[in-house]
Design a protein around this ligand. Structure first.
Ligand SMILES: Nc1ncnc2c1ncn2[C@@H]1O[C@H](COP(=O)(O)OP(=O)(O)OP(=O)(O)O)[C@@H](O)[C@H]1O
Length: 735
């Protein structure tokens, strides 16, 4: 929809909705009374904060570490100051747009109707009187969950409170002026959403607090005490919902969850920057955001020194995502499979058994430990690493030796000497375990002793070429994120467990792109951490390694009885025309797909054009880009199949029209307004006003499930317009 259409649309809505002049006046009066309160809060808090800053400075200047009273005063003073600053910040944020929603409701059994205004931030009129309720508060759930009539919400104490919802109103307020409002019983949901979705796209993910839908609200407000897995079609709001969920959790569970214990994991930096850009707006600060590769390598930081000469491989740089070569495909599948993790765990158990002496310890004629007791002790220290086990067992043994010698009345010197003899009995303190070496040995063992793993029920491919490829790749010092994750497993099992205690919640976006093994590894490394997993198996761009269904993750990594699985079918991003075009691609696949239910928002038809050759295709691309730029849209992507093709197209375009500069290291790319020429895998999770799909011909996209997933990703990046410009024979997936 162009700007003109948008304006006509909102005008007609205004006419429909603002019939009731009296209501309009009341709302205007309410808004200005709120604004007055907010302004007076701001004035009072500004003074308060200034005074507190002076007091805190004084306390600092007079601080003496030997005066505990002064210390306490300083701590309390700083706490009060930060609360006042926070309050001031909230009021300042509320100034231009104090609220977006209102609910009128009556609790069952009560006679009084309450009217609550809901905003991005809660604002108090006085210490005991609420002016605006925060969207994350339990009662605000009613706004998102229900239409007019019966509804309920969970009280902070966990009981369900039933209410009758009499009014649900959404406001449009700009710079403190009421522009419009809509009542839920008057305007159809899709029509209402269309107003929000027709807008141009900035190169940042937006917040949706005014229009969160019930099925999204359920996910946002689900407890952080268990894991959740969300399958949502392209554009169904997975990423947006995940960011709002973080905000919700940090607001409602502040005692238990702190932002620095939260991790957002994504597939590349550009995506991470794009999605986390919304967080400050949602009152979330100091969250960790990392690619999976960075996350794993951070856990084995010391080992990561490049002096070892290992280089990271990028599946896309090297080859196309689907593999015709059986060994290559098999290799990728093993890399992503839980079986490899199980095999490593079996190897590590064996390693520990072989390295810790298990035989009876007889000392001065007396048995200090039977072999069985040693075995049992190891069992007791199960959650500890090999090194920690050794240290604890050595300590226990030394105590026994010391006690025995003391009982025998030995001299101190003798006892010292005896203890020295046994101090490393179970193994050395700070054993220098080379984690890479252990991993290398494991891969060798897998190759040589395949039968042993098979006998233990571990299902590895019975193909020596694949096992050889596993070991050779690592020998050639090529390493990927799964290797890093497995090395982290070795670190936790053999060296120390302390580095693995500070992660409370992990959110993974585009989760389908990682093999299920990545989640197995994370769960083993952080057993007490919970996960929010967001993905769409139809968008798995690492076909052989990533996940093409959720079964294994749900059943083998998580607990399907405890950890809920959600599906999101409504798609908010694309016009109906683009969404239908994407659905047709999925319909050609053999895998089970999830139905897409687009919000009814129409745009221009998808344009599919055929050209003679590369040059003509470039000319057409330039001409469309110029036309689009002259119009209303700000973000444009030319999406190519591979990195090499992207570079060629970029080189051909750059002198003919303005495009974002090329980056050899794609991790340095930043999502900006303007024209970006990108390979498909870099567009994951992003959205653009307009997409030009570059040459989707039969050579670029075979008629396979893997290629269909790639095309589906590319097509669904477009919000308003899609141009398919091809000079080869159009891929069979698109006809
Ligand atoms: N309830 C909503 N109200 C308004 N806009 C919404 C709503 N939910 C999602 N959107 C919009 O839909 C678009 C897609 O959202 P998002 O990127 O979170 O989807 P996604 O499921 O992660 O997509 P993909 O899997 O294709 O990357 C965004 O522009 C987002 O603002």
């Amino acid at each position: 929809m162009n700007k003109e259409m948008q304006e006509t649309k909102s005008k007609s809505l205004e006419e429909m909705e603002v019939g009731n002049e009296e209501e309009w006046k009341k709302e205007e009066a309410h808004l200005s009374s709120c604004e007055e309160v907010i302004q007076s809060n701001i004035d009072a808090l500004t003074v308060q904060v200034q005074q507190m800053q002076v007091q805190t400075k004084e306390m600092y200047d007079n601080y003496r570490s030997d005066n505990p009273e002064l210390h306490n005063e300083l701590v309390v003073g700083m706490d009060l100051q930060s609360q006042a600053e926070k309050s001031l910040r909230k009021n300042l944020l509320a100034k231009d747009k104090p609220y977006f929603g209102r609910i009128d409701y009556m609790e069952h059994g009560e006679e009084k109707e309450f009217s609550l205004y809901i905003g991005k931030n809660g604002v108090m009129k006085s210490p005991s009187e609420l002016l605006i309720v925060d969207w994350r508060a339990p009662i605000a759930s009613v706004y998102y969950d229900s239409d007019i009539g019966e509804s309920s919400y969970p009280s902070p104490l966990g009981e369900t409170i039933f209410v009758d919802l009499g009014l649900k109103r959404t406001f449009e307020i700009r710079k403190g002026v009421l522009k419009d409002f809509y009542d839920a019983n008057v305007i159809a949901n899709d029509e209402f959403l269309t107003k929000y979705l027709g807008k141009n796209k900035e190169a940042v993910l937006g917040e949706i607090i005014a229009t969160i839908q019930k099925e999204q609200n359920d996910i946002i407000r689900d407890t952080p005490w268990h894991n959740i897995v969300v399958q949502g079609v392209a554009g169904s709001g997975k990423t947006t919902v995940a960011m709002h969920r973080i905000s919700y959790i940090l607001y409602n569970f502040k005692e238990k969850f702190h932002s620095d214990e939260f991790y957002i994991i994504g597939s590349n930096k550009m995506l991470l920057n794009y999605i986390t850009g919304v967080l400050p707006n949602l009152d979330v600060h100091n969250i960790n955001q990392l690619t999976m590769q960075e996350f794993f390598s951070g856990l084995i930081e010391k080992e990561m020194s490049m002096k070892k000469g290992y280089k990271m491989t990028d599946a896309f740089q090297k080859s196309r995502s689907n593999s015709n070569n059986e060994v290559e495909a098999g290799y990728k599948r093993v890399k992503g499979s839980l079986q490899l993790l199980k095999a490593l765990e079996m190897y590590l158990e064996q390693y520990i058994r072989e390295h810790i002496p298990m035989k009876e310890i007889v000392y001065k004629g007396k048995t200090l430990y039977t072999a069985e007791e040693i075995k049992q002790s190891l069992q007791t220290f199960k959650q500890y690493s090999y090194q920690e086990k050794i240290d604890m067992m050595n300590k226990r043994l030394l105590t026994k030796i010391r006690n025995m010698n003391e009982m025998l009345g030995e001299e101190k010197e003798v006892i010292k000497r005896e203890c020295k003899l046994y101090k490393d009995y179970f193994g050395k303190k700070n054993e220098k375990i080379d984690l890479y070496r252990v991993y290398k040995d494991f891969l060798e063992d897998l190759y040589v002793n395949y039968d042993k793993y098979e006998a233990a029920g571990i299902k590895l491919p019975n193909n020596t070429e694949i096992l050889q490829r596993l070991k050779d790749t690592f020998d050639e010092k090529e390493i990927d994120l799964y290797d890093l994750g497995l090395i982290a497993i070795i670190k936790k099992a053999l060296r120390d467990t302390v580095d693995f205690q500070y992660v409370k919640h992990i959110v993974v976006d585009e989760a389908q792109d990682f093999g299920v093994i990545a989640y197995g590894i994370l769960k083993r490394l952080f057993p007490d951490c919970t996960f929010t997993i967001m993905g769409d198996v139809s968008q798995n761009i690492h076909y052989d390694t990533g996940m093409n269904d959720w079964k294994e993750l749900r059943e083998q990594v998580f607990n399907p009885d405890k950890d809920p699985f959600y599906t999101l079918a409504k798609s908010y991003r694309n016009t109906v025309e683009i969404s239908n075009y994407a659905s047709q691609v999925l319909a050609k696949c053999s895998f089970e797909t999830y139905a897409i239910d687009p919000v009814i928002r129409h745009g221009q038809p998808v344009i599919v054009e055929k050209y003679q050759d590369f040059e003509e295709n470039i000319e057409a691309t330039v001409s469309y880009i110029n036309k689009i730029k002259a119009g209303d849209y700000d973000t444009i992507a030319v999406i190519c199949r591979t990195v090499e093709e992207t570079k060629t197209v970029y080189e051909a375009l750059k002198d003919k029209t303005e495009v974002e500069p090329w980056k050899e290291d794609m991790e340095e790319l930043k999502f900006t307004n303007g024209v970006m020429v990108l390979p498909i895998h870099m567009t994951k999770g992003l959205e653009f006003d307009t997409v030009i799909l570059w040459n989707p011909d039969t050579k670029n996209y075979d008629y396979t499930d893997a290629e269909a997933k790639l095309l589906y990703v590319a097509i669904t990046r477009a919000l308003h317009e899609l141009y398919v410009l091809c000079y080869g024979e159009l891929s069979k997936l698109l006809v």
